[in-house]
Design a protein around this ligand. Sequence first.
Ligand code: PLP
Length: 409
Amino acid sequence: MTTINNNYLKLQGSYLFSTVAKRVAAFKAANPTETVISLGIGDVSRPLVPAVVEAMHKAVDEMGEAATFRGYGPEQGYSFLREAVLKGDYLSRGINLSADEIFISDGAKSDVANFQELFSSESKVALQNPVYPVYLDTNVMAGRTGAFENGRYGGIVYLPCVEANNFAPELPKEHADIVYLCSPNNPTGSALTRAELKKWVDWALEHNSVILFDSAYEAFISDDDIPHSIYEIEGAEKVAVEFRSFSKTAGFTGTRCAYTVVPKALEISDVRGGKASLNALWLRRQTTKFNGVPYIVQRGAEAVYSPEGFKQTREVIAGYKENARVILDALKNAGITAYGGDNAPYIWLKTPAGLDSWGFFDKLLTEARVVGTPGVGFGSCGEGFFRLTSFNTPELTREAAARVAALKF
Ligand code: PLP
């Protein structure tokens, strides 16, 4: 008899975005002449920059010629891109890694989802609340949790990120083997300072724990005090894996390219009392289950590190950051307390006038015709908060901001 992986049955329905879509569709059907603007999207709106497009065109031409055609590439990425990442993102910051510690992939989502496979099913997992839901759901699928009760899964160490701790998770009081840290954070838009991150690295070194550090929004960091990489912290190469993506850095959400850094210094215990290299195991896993990112896409990603590509992508990010400033100003004018936006494309506002996350969603939709995302959808500690994003066009962002600023509570 075939039986199902019961852990999948523990998953909660992903109601957040489907409920948002349903409520928006109902509003539009009842108000066909109204224009609704979305500040809820987690996708970019600006196209690929010219340097990336040019590199991809050239790569397409190479694929059409027998002499330069490429078939299967190395599962872990072509060395031209691994070297470009190494130089552009690490050596330039004084971080000593080597190209074989960088694994190119088709997305940070799949990498943060898959990496947990390398750990035993008894491993205790800690994660921020609220946070990007993929960390939790993939550990539910892998059987590392109990049932879902009162808004929480048994067996998970939740790290509240709330106003009182400035949305920075505190060290857990109980043991955790694996901790997911997302900085800059989706959805709170806050980022861990050097001192905060050092606390985590020291804790992991002391407790033999591993930090899975998701810095998909690294390119949005402006403050000098916020590390771009966890490896800026001494000793992190012994305890941390880092996930990065070209999605938000260079508009690759549809093109698909990312990378994961697994330092060779990172070793964990095996059952025989020996040590296993996570780098060697991740290579083994990727070469078995993954067949690499298309050559054309990797050439496009490489172009992000060229002088023109860098300049062009930074201009796009500067535009999104300007959108964030426009939204923050509008919220201030409406008397709404808001966080984030300085080092992330996300603005995390405190729902005013006693409204809960969904109550604010309805008010924003019906009175301002603006769509955002209820904070409670990212975890129980997101109740009473709401996420707006800076990814829409400048024109629509300004229009939405003016509508928000005019709200009365
Ligand atoms: N990590 C975080 C925190 C995200 O918010 C997202 C996308 O929204 C991802 C990873 C996914 O990145 P990618 O497009 O590279 O799969």
